[in-house]
Design a protein around this ligand. Structure first.
Ligand SMILES: NC(=O)C1=CN([C@@H]2O[C@H](COP(=O)(O)OP(=O)(O)OC[C@H]3O[C@@H](n4cnc5c(N)ncnc54)[C@H](OP(=O)(O)O)[C@@H]3O)[C@@H](O)[C@H]2O)C=CC1
Ligand SMILES: O=C1O[C@H](COP(=O)(O)O)[C@@H](O)[C@H](O)[C@H]1O
Length: 491
């Protein structure tokens, strides 16, 4: 099903919540500002608070003032945007309370309806059921689901089954906001539009791949949520595996949603399961202790507000993943993600194999490799490390490794890189599912993560400590050193 009409009713459940106010409302404003929202579109905030449209509109205005740069908050666009806002008070789990929403939607019966569930996943089924009972779903409706959907395969299947009773898979948009990032989408252009890389992207030419998603933030008030999840569920099951899929997948036949998603599923299915024997060589699980970040002391995870002394949750994971297929046999994919790292950095580094025969000074052999560094955020860009003759007389044929750099903001003279949610909301409005996660992707990702986390569950040892502001436990460096590799040093 595709939402072809230009105007839609965008119904946000959980409209007063953090995600809605911090990300969704500002992103919808940016779409309006760029004339992409549709002239007659409406944004219908739904929450259980007894507000009305005016007071909800004031709340959104405050959020816009907080989260949109003043120079981007153009008064005319703001006026147009606020005029599109409506509010309905609904208790999501009580069918009788949907009447107000039904009446509001009935004023535009045939129009596309986008139901965005910015709520805990535990009530996705209940909302879907109540929307159906109250006849709020028309033939042109779709639903947007936020992550995390469940905390393992079983619970994720339960949520997906409940939603599937009321919505067809073609109507379901599962968000992984990393897919909305410009630089993540650029992986498809980089790999499949450039013949240079297309021919080299396999085990014959690539020795190993690193995917780092480091965050400076700690848990800051999110202990309740995070301690049940941990870094594996919060980041690896979704964002890191999506990055791995886009880096490793075979070329899709075309850019349609299902062709791309079919290829991603093949990668997930080919991931080598990590057995309990492999845990000591292929996985590092860490937790930050107190430390210094940019000269300021910060508490450890167990000293954060709301901490439970019995917690065994990890805030850092490094994994040596392997993909059992023709393209990637023997090529480790090192994944690393953690909270309270020295900087915010998402980066993929492709290490190419050396030449088969080395004719230069032996002392320079260690230099003789090309690296492609794909910087996802911040300072988005690409850099290709290449070898040259060092310039000057008297130096002989000395090699020197220098980067060929492409900085996106300079190259594209762009004023701003759109937030991931802007792109994702636009794709939902236009009915394109290619940046959303299909159910079988979620299932294969959980299957791989679950079997690994089952080994952790039977291990009472706490995660390895690392000081806040460092790059994780030493064991993470050692895991690569044992293979003769190291994390890309130019962080
Ligand atoms: N915040 C973020 O940056 C991110 C959030 N997400 C996901 O987005 C979803 C929302 O997260 P977030 O905005 O942070 O959470 P919040 O708790 O801030 O917001 C959730 C909202 O849902 C409302 N709600 C819950 N149950 C009911 C109910 N029965 N009836 C009416 N309203 C209800 C809450 O209302 P009330 O205030 O009245 O309790 C609250 O306003 C979650 O699934 C989360 O995992 C994903 C990625 C990032
Ligand atoms: O989904 C999540 O992502 C954020 C990191 O997102 P980014 O766009 O800032 O890189 C992470 O902090 C959060 O814990 C997680 O739930």
């Amino acid at each position: 099903m595709s939402i072809a009409s230009t105007s839609s009713d965008i119904v946000i459940f959980g409209a007063m919540g953090d995600l809605a106010q911090r990300k969704l409302i500002p992103s919808l404003f940016q779409l309006e500002s760029a004339d992409l929202l549709g002239q007659d579109s409406r944004i219908i905030g739904v929450a259980r608070h007894e507000e009305d449209t005016n007071s909800f509109s004031d709340i959104c205005k405050e959020s816009l003032a907080r989260y949109v740069k003043p120079e981007e908050l153009e008064p005319e666009a703001l006026k147009r945007f606020l005029a599109k806002i409506e509010y309905c008070s609904v208790n999501f789990t009580e069918a009788e309370s949907y009447q107000d929403l039904k009446t509001t939607l009935d004023t535009s019966a045939e129009r596309a309806r986008i139901f965005y569930y910015a709520t805990p996943a535990s009530i996705y089924g209940s909302i879907s059921k109540n929307l159906t009972r109250c006849e709020c779903i028309n033939t042109n409706s779709c639903v947007v689901l936020e992550k995390p959907i469940g905390h393992n395969l079983k619970s994720s299947n339960e949520v997906n089954d409940q939603v599937a009773e009321y919505f067809d898979e073609t109507q379901i948009y599962r968000i992984d906001h990393y897919l909305g990032k410009e630089t993540v989408q650029n992986l498809i252009a980089l790999r499949f539009a450039n013949p240079l890389f297309g021919s080299q992207w396999n085990q014959s030419h690539i020795s190993h791949v690193e995917i780092t998603v480091a965050e400076k933030v700690g848990i800051e008030g999110r202990w309740g949520y995070f301690d049940k999840a941990g870094q594996m569920r919060d980041m690896v099951q979704n964002h890191l595996l999506q990055l791995l899929c886009l880096t490793a997948m075979d070329p899709p036949d075309d850019l349609s949603a299902d062709m791309i998603r079919n290829e991603k599923v093949k990668v997930l299915k080919a991931l080598r399961p990590i057995t309990s024997e492999m845990c000591s060589t292929h996985v590092v699980r860490g937790r930050y202790t107190k430390g210094m970040l940019e000269g300021t002391p910060v508490p450890g995870y167990m000293e954060e507000e709301g901490a439970n002394p019995d917690s065994n949750t990890e805030t850092f994971v490094a994994i040596k993943a392997e993909i059992n297929n023709w393209r990637w046999a023997g090529v480790p994919f090192y994944l690393r993600t953690g909270k309270r790292m020295p900087e915010k950095l998402s980066q993929i580094t492709i290490h190419f194999k050396p030449q088969p025969h080395f004719i230069f000074d032996e002392n320079q052999r260690h230099l003789a490799q090309n690296k492609l560094i794909i910087r996802l955020q911040p300072e988005e860009g690409i850099s290709l490390q290449i070898l040259n003759k060092d310039q000057g007389l008297g130096k002989g044929m000395r090699l020197r490794s220098e980067p060929l750099k492409l900085n996106f903001s300079q190259a594209f003279e762009q004023k701003r890189i759109p937030d991931a949610y802007e792109r994702l909301l636009l794709e939902v409005i236009q009915g394109n599912q290619y940046l959303f996660v299909r159910r079988d992707e979620v299932e294969h990702a959980w299957t791989w993560c679950d079997q690994l986390m089952e080994h952790w569950a039977s291990d009472t040892k706490p995660p390895l400590p690392y000081a806040a502001g460092s790059w994780g436990p030493k064991a993470s460096d050692l895991m690569l050193i044992k293979d003769g590799n190291s994390w890309h040093e130019d962080q």
